[in-house]
Design a binder for this molecule. Structure first.
Ligand SMILES: Cc1ncc(COP(=O)(O)O)c(C=O)c1O
Length: 367
């Protein structure tokens, strides 16, 4: 089976983990062990921010970011429904109400126009998501946020290596949240990072990461255990070094697949608009003018041929049972996309021959 995403782990990661284990420093009381510090310094350099705070998941990163943005009960936070559930889940965890808005059907990212319409006196923050690795349209979102005095927390969980108007993803946000889950462009197994240029927010996120402590057993604020273990940070340092190579291979695979799939009119292929650099975390195509049943049939036939696909996301968050209590929504573009998209494997382990096989199989099934 050619899988959608597979962690790319080599002997360098194994050696780095063994080194940490032999040294015996597995974690640090405040989450700032030597490997974590090194990983933070290197990641901050990579995304060109002042601060990077390592945590133990992308979900934790979102929670800490929402808390330092001052999110509290009674507040509203605007976000897309077409994203992984953690984006909305952490809004609820912070005590606020998620307000879902529709996407731009060409990029699948949150529509700036729809954001503006959803703003109320209670709005506290906006969470644009860089879906599939394509940055959200951050310039108009920044302008809206500034006009209304809102914070932007960018969910960059899928965007390692992506750029927007020449700057790394996250550059126009107040805080950006990253994930190193096993499927991501770079992984630590589980793990996350928060990046920001705001000194005060960075300081507070470091406290929140470890029970609100600046010094052990003297909590200044409410926090959590969001510390990243040293083993994970060691893996992260190696993966970050390898990331440019991973990204280049993803890009090469995406280009080769696009050349094949460009031969059919039935598919909407992923775009890389001018001024954007895609991270190619997911190569998501849309089966135009079809019902969900037909899309699902293609997926099943691809599985039978040994090609795994994923549907991100098959159930938009506003239609999930738990989230229906936050309001009745009709998000037409989101709902339509969820029935028509599927993602094909282009990760760095996929060979050129496999890309050709995937392309030809898809073309054959659409004939
Ligand atoms: C868009 C998005 N947001 C948030 C997350 C949560 O990250 P994690 O799984 O590291 O908690 C993920 C990853 O799974 C994601 O893809």
């Amino acid at each position: 089976m050619i899988s959608t995403n597979v962690p790319q782990i080599g002997k360098e990661e194994i050696e780095a983990v063994v080194k940490v284990l032999k040294k015996g420093v597995l974690t640090h009381g405040l989450g700032a062990g030597p490997m974590v510090k090194k990983f933070e310094t290197n990641f901050a350099k990579f995304v060109k921010t002042e601060h990077a705070i390592a945590v133990n998941s992308g979900t934790a990163a979102l929670h800490a970011a929402l808390l330092v943005a001052g999110t509290k009960p009674g507040d509203e936070v605007i976000l897309p429904s077409f994203t992984f559930v953690a984006t909305a889940e952490m809004v609820v965890m912070a005590g606020a109400k998620p307000v879902f808005v529709d996407i731009d059907p060409k990029t699948y990212n949150i529509s700036p126009n729809e954001i503006e319409k959803a703003i109320t006196k209670k709005t506290k923050a906006i969470i644009p998501v860089d879906l599939y690795g394509l940055p959200a349209d951050m310039q108009p979102i920044r302008e809206i946020a500034d006009k209304h005095g809102l914070s932007i927390i960018e969910d960059a969980a899928q965007a390692h290596g992506a750029t927007y108007k020449g700057k790394p993803a996250g550059a126009l946000a107040d805080v950006a949240c990253w994930s190193f889950y096993k499927s991501k462009n770079m992984t630590t197994g589980e793990g996350g990072m928060i990046t920001t240029n705001n000194d005060e927010m960075a300081g507070n996120m470091r406290f929140i990461r470890s029970h609100g402590e600046k010094k052990k057993y003297k909590s200044l604020m409410l926090g959590h255990n969001y510390r990243m273990p040293e083993i994970e940070a060691a893996i992260g340092c190696v993966q970050l070094q390898k990331l440019p190579k991973f990204l280049a291979k993803r890009r090469e695979n995406a280009k080769r697949l696009a050349e094949k799939l460009g031969k059919t009119e039935h598919l909407q292929l992923p775009k890389e608009p001018k001024g954007y650099k895609h991270s190619w975390y997911l190569y998501t195509v849309r089966l135009k003018d079809t019902k969900q049943k037909e899309r699902d049939m293609i997926i099943e036939k691809l599985r039978q041929k040994g090609i795994e696909t994923g549907v991100y996301y098959v159930c938009p968050i506003h239609l999930m049972p738990y989230y229906s209590k936050f309001g009745k929504y009709r998000l037409l573009e989101t709902e339509k996309a969820s029935k028509q998209v599927f993602s094909l494997p282009i990760h760095p382990g996929v060979t050129a021959e496999q890309i050709d096989f995937i392309g030809e199989t898809v073309l054959h099934l659409l004939r």
